[in-house]
Design a protein around this ligand. Sequence first.
Ligand SMILES: *Cc1c(COP(=O)(O)O)cnc(C)c1O
Length: 384
Amino acid sequence: MSEKTFAPASLAAQALGWIDPVTKAVVPPIHMASTYLRDEDNGYSSGRIYARSDNPTFDQAEATLTALEGGAKSLIFSSGMSAATACFLALAPGDHVVTSKVMYWALRNWLMTFATQWGLKVEFVDTDRTDAVAAAVKPGVTKLVWIETPANPTWSVSDIGAIAEIAHKAGALLGVDSTVATPVLTRPIEHGADIVMHSATKYLNGHSDIIAGALTGARDDAYWAKLRTIRSQLGTILGQTEAWLLMRGMRTLFPRVAWACKSAQSLAEKFAEHPMIEQVLYPGLPSFAGHAAAAKQMKGGFGGMLSVRVKGGERAAIATAARVGLWKRATSLGGVESLIEHRASIEGPGTPCPPDLLRLSVGVEESGDLFDDLDQALKRAHNA
Ligand SMILES: *Cc1c(COP(=O)(O)O)cnc(C)c1O
């Protein structure tokens, strides 16, 4: 199956058209082996030695993701966190990095604690303001700029193209956490990113049944080799069964994301008019601060994630979440089932998340049902 002649959705649906060469199965097998036979001349002609480095079950998921992102190589990891932290561990103590102030809370926490103790000089800036990035990046000193866009949980948008230019001029790499955008909506490498990271736990898998991560590199270079070595040395590989489930989930990535985008857009527009909602945060609303930057780099929709700020503050927000039925009160995102979460209470002290904010991950249910369920919860919480 030629990658040039088919659209990304077709490539994903058929995992690049891979067919098992022996059985002609249209779905790949799961390779359970932890070790591989050595040749009589002491070599490893299969290219496989030991399963802490890689596993044939990773091949389809990594190759499919590389095609979808338009990169050179991909690596799947045991989690989004192990994929993201590898990008920082591939630097050296003393290196300066510039990252988004608003980002996935566990990575921010790791950067403030472990990474800083290890010796990285981490600077958190509002990367949705390109001038703030330009002011923070130090030519010849900054080694990595890391952005998340749209960023948890306010969905602020950072301009990948403009930041890539700033980073590259200073001699730094640009890494993009593209978990929320997915390769369906944004291909960061086309905008100049050097590394794209996904929590594959979310949209890529899409069924809330594995923890996984992924990196795609624009080039197979020395930095990429370090990332591969880190995965192998730390053993932050995905299990074989989980890798197989990831590939199974990725086949339906395009229709899932398209459906979620359409529903999220409609819910954002309806809740923006709701009497018990103070503000809707969604890149697809023309009134949203990052709308123009989002329209530039997101094609075909603005994602399945939005947040609502409930009138009446933290108490009203928690009371609303307590009264939903169809929405499920849980953390995480990007699955087929819609989730609602009071975000400030999970992020803890120091969070930039407003206390009245409910984060919504829109799944593939009927959007009218989702609206009605949250609408009745808002009204019952208001009258309680
Ligand atoms: C969930 C998430 C992560 C962390 O991924 P895990 O798979 O949970 O380790 C990183 N970034 C974003 C944007 C996420 O949503």
